[in-house]
Design a protein around this ligand. Structure first.
Ligand code: ADP
Ligand code: MG
Length: 231
């Protein structure tokens, strides 16, 4: 579903991402794990088409800048970027228009119910907590029924209950056959849910492990993480 080949990105003199390649398949939860500054956000923003880069990124077998690719993925940025003076419902309406969705209201209502926000439809962006803003951001991403979805550091600033909820969202997306890419620097936060972990350090993927490969190693992810990064 997602194929990243030889992705590199330089900012001024900083090599933020250095020759990164990986794939995420339908129904797979992949985690980009790395310390701050490892290049996770730059990788995700490149995939989302927000940055120029060197290399090739295919989403559903089309170039990530194509219209088809843009219709196929959702992106939840680290800081939810809601409009202060739009209501929750207006955010969904905005996405529906931008993507020329038809008959989207039923899906929107179903998502709001799923995220327990039926009573928040008329709340303005600025009236919502960080956790609520993230839920709106997720609803907006899911409204287009994406085949691939990316979350950048989704656990930051959430309480344990919200983190648990988020994990069940990841698993639902997996069940639905969506390819899921999650970036995080907190190892604990992603236990139980991932199928594949890509450990990033200084712009490179230093280790690509499936769950079976980790089990065969007989070591904790934390120990391996500390061995292959300098954090
Ligand atoms: P992570 O998300 O893993 O914390 P980032 O992808 O945000 O890492 O950053 C990787 C490197 O690129 C860091 O050294 C960071 O300072 C640098 N960087 C990221 N964005 C920019 C930018 N817009 N301009 C200059 N340097 C940047
Ligand atoms: Mg980041």
């Amino acid at each position: 579903m997602l194929k990243v080949r030889n992705l590199s990105k330089v900012f001024d003199k900083v090599q933020a991402v250095d020759d990164v390649s990986f794939e995420v398949n339908p129904g797979e939860i992949a985690v980009l794990l790395g310390p701050n500054g490892a290049g996770k956000s730059t990788t995700i923003k490149s995939i989302a088409g927000l940055l120029r880069f060197k290399g090739q990124i295919l989403i559903n077998n089309t170039d990530n800048k194509s219209v088809e690719a843009k219709r196929a993925f959702g992106y939840i940025p680290e800081t939810p970027a809601l409009y202060e003076n739009l209501t929750v419902w207006e955010h969904l309406e905005f996405i529906a228009r931008a993507y020329s969705l038809r008959d989207w209201e039923e899906t929107a209502n179903r998502l709001l119910t799923r995220f327990e926000m039926d009573d928040k439809k008329d709340k303005l962006g600025k009236e919502l907590s960080k956790g609520m803003q993230q839920k709106v951001s997720i609803c907006c991403a899911l409204l287009i029924q994406p085949k691939m979805i990316m979350f950048d550091e989704p656990m930051i600033g959430l309480d344990p209950k919200a983190i648990k909820e988020l994990k069940s969202v990841f698993l639902e997306l997996k069940q639905a056959g969506c390819a899921v890419l999650i970036s995080t620097h907190i190892i604990d936060s992603i236990e139980e849910v991932w199928d594949k972990v890509l450990i990033m350090n200084k712009g490179r993927i230093v280790l690509n492990l499936t769950r079976d490969e980790l089990d065969n190693k007989g070591e904790s992810l934390e120990k391996i993480f500390l061995e292959v990064t300098d954090s």
